[in-house]
Design a protein around this ligand. Structure first.
Ligand SMILES: [Zn+2]
Length: 411
């Protein structure tokens, strides 16, 4: 073994191996130097061995679903580590159908940076420092005419400061994964009435979709498809009157309904209302959901309902419930800034140590669309009417997932 290989410094190894690679390791009888060097930057993407600055894994394969926009969606995370001793910048990322080779998502530098977050950070980044890990939060939208792939892989282009100049920018295939084709549950409505706003819903609102948490020694995104339901009046106001009074909010006290037949496997009913307007301080992890119910609805799917009024939860552990049964009343308990129903589906009974799963809403109307999360936040914080996307007609939907900032009627 050469001295370079005994040296523990990664850049030296990178230089040594990359240089060897450039001169035809694994080639058969080619003597053509120019040929081998010109393929260096794409070699790993073409199947031969090569050093790659980013290594990555998809820990929880994407589960495709039909959204209320009529398209199919893949929402998942590519966990990456910069395995060099210098800063490595993410230049672009393509999601490839691994069977057909078709590019199904193509992120330029700005788009890729928006989706990269270093571990432990809630901010986006353009790069990872030496040895740093991060998550690339992906959302692939597929038109109806495009077949949902069975396997995907990511073509990741990076610029690694620790690599020699001619190898600094390279492209590699990272994080191959199968697509999870499990059958999704079709759920009844968790609320009944008009003008419910699906805030922080799937797929690019960051508060739930990017709520990756280290729990019990691994990462989970239990809230990957969570929605915070608010409700507006006919003037599209979320509350009127005193903003610190929970009763000022139109959704406060609405019935929370079983969206499927199930068994109660988690619940709490004793936490007090918080004062709306600011997030409470000092909330412990086990009180974050406030008064809640977790339903086991079978086939590995569980529903979490959070933040209900104290004393309003009318089911207990082990109870069997039927679709449409009232579980409790919408409140403002736990880690909540305003009365709302937090609703999500997951693959286990723990609202933290589980993976969020998509589902389909059986029947709903979309009567509007809030223009942006910022507009929603402004209305929730001030009581001014919601700013909505102009010119939308009411549309009827079935067997689709309610998506971010849809204003829906549940019958
Ligand atoms: Zn929530």
């Amino acid at each position: 073994m050469s001295s370079a290989f005994r040296n523990r410094r990664i850049p030296t190894i990178l230089v040594a191996l990359a240089a060897i690679s450039a001169f035809c390791v694994g080639c058969s009888d080619s003597e053509d130097e120019s040929d081998s060097t010109t393929t260096t930057t794409t070699r790993s993407a073409e199947g031969a061995d090569a050093l790659t600055p980013f290594v990555g894994t998809v820990h929880f394969p994407p589960v495709p679903f039909a959204g209320s926009d009529g398209k199919n969606h893949l929402v998942y995370e590519l966990s990456v580590t910069n395995f060099t001793s210098g800063k490595t910048t993410l230049d672009s990322l393509q999601v490839i159908d691994a069977d057909s080779g078709a590019v199904i998502d193509d992120l330029d530098a700005a788009e890729a940076h928006q989706r990269l977050q270093p571990a432990g950070s809630r901010d986006s980044a353009d790069s990872l420092e030496a040895g740093e890990s991060g998550t690339i939060f992906l959302h692939v939208t597929l038109d109806e005419s495009v077949a949902v792939p069975k396997n995907v892989v990511h073509k990741v282009t990076t610029t690694a400061e620790a690599a020699p100049p001619d190898l600094r920018t390279s492209t590699a295939e990272v994080g191959p994964t199968k697509i999870d084709s499990r059958t999704l549950p079709v759920l009844s409505s968790p609320l009944r009435g008009e003008r419910f706003i699906a805030a922080d819903g799937c797929c690019d609102a960051s508060r739930h979709t990017r709520a990756i948490l280290p729990v019990n020694g691994q990462t989970f995104v239990a809230q990957r498809y969570a929605i915070d339901y608010e409700q507006a009046d006919d003037q599209l106001r979320i509350f009127t009157g005193e903003p610190t009074d929970p009763k000022s909010y139109f959704i406060f006290g609405e019935d929370v309904l079983a969206a499927a037949d199930g068994t109660v496997v988690g619940t709490r009913n004793d936490l007090p209302e918080q004062v709306p307007g600011t997030f409470p301080s000092g909330i412990s992890l086990d009180a974050a959901d406030g008064n809640y119910v977790v339903l086991d609805i079978g086939n590995g799917f569980f529903i979490n309902y959070a933040h209900m009024q104290p004393g309003s939860v009318r089911v207990k552990l082990g109870d069997k419930v039927s679709t449409g049964d009232v579980l409790g009343l919408v409140g403002n308990t736990g880690n909540s800034v305003a009365p709302h129903l937090h609703f999500h589906v997951m693959d286990g009974p723990s609202p933290l140590a589980s993976q969020g799963l998509p589902y389909l809403n059986d029947k709903f109307s979309i009567t509007g669309q809030v223009a942006s999360t910022a507009d929603f936040d402004r209305s929730e914080g001030t009581g001014i009417p919601l700013v909505t996307v102009p010119g939308l007609q009411t549309t009827e939907h079935s067997d689709q997932l309610v998506m971010d900032q849809n204003i829906v009627t549940f019958g």
